[in-house]
Design a protein around this ligand. Structure first.
Ligand code: GRF
Length: 213
């Protein structure tokens, strides 16, 4: 049973999808604790409702990144085997990342390596690309970088706004984050240099074409 810590900063809808997946029968992982850098993060209430222990490590209480990251590291229970960033809005330096190398994953709302950074949906619309999506990846010191575990692609519709596209992507985030944690919990995920190999990975049939006509 893989013990997971989830780090949040906000609403926690990705946290909720992990809580729900961990509650399923025979789930191979449990949410051991939830930590937020924001005391008022709504995601903390989601954890409390699920009876999951929570901590707040408020980055504003620390003078600099390293003291904050040391406090964050201290707050993570020694039983935890995987740390999931889920809407966690603080950049983590190599100091923290190297302490959790290949045991620290993140979700980013774009098809990495395209559209690293913020405002990914508006940028994708402005660029005229036909697909957007989300990526779960192992964290590396460089922002939104690291070996990719799983991605979901969704078509961009003519007339999409950043909000309509965000909603479509978020629904897929909630599907792929639990799947990524499950694959890791089952020991089927290996990092080989800059890429991830997944034992027994199925492959989707066919290709998506947008627009189809
Ligand atoms: C999501 O779009 C996620 O991709 C990004 O933060 C947004 C909010 O996530 N990392 P959540 O609802 O707080 O899980």
């Amino acid at each position: 049973m893989l013990k997971v810590a989830v780090l949040i900063s906000g609403g926690g809808t990705n946290l909720q999808s992990l809580i729900d997946a961990a509650a399923a029968p025979a789930a191979p992982f449990e949410i051991h604790q939830v930590i937020s850098n924001k005391p008022d993060a709504q995601g903390l209430k989601r954890a409390e409702r699920a009876g999951i222990r929570t901590r707040v490590v408020d980055h504003k209480q620390f003078d600099g990144r390293q003291p904050f990251e040391d406090a964050l590291h201290e707050a993570i229970s020694p039983d935890v085997e995987l740390v999931c960033l889920a809407g966690f809005m603080r950049l983590l330096t190599d100091h923290f990342v190297n302490q959790w190398l290949d045991r620290l994953i993140n979700i980013h709302p774009s098809l990495l390596p395209s559209f690293k950074g913020l405002d990914t949906h508006q940028r994708a619309i402005d660029a005229g690309v036909r697909f957007a999506g989300a990526t779960i990846h192992f964290v590396r010191p460089a922002m939104d970088d690291g070996p990719i575990i799983i991605q979901a692609a969704v078509p961009i519709h003519q007339g999409d706004s950043a909000e309509t596209l965000a909603g479509r992507v978020l629904a897929e985030e909630h599907r792929i984050y639990p799947l990524a944690v499950r694959l890791i919990a089952l020991g089927r995920v290996r990092v080989i240099g800059a890429v991830v190999e997944i034992d027994g990975a199925e492959t989707p049939a066919g290709a998506l074409i947008n627009p189809p006509g």
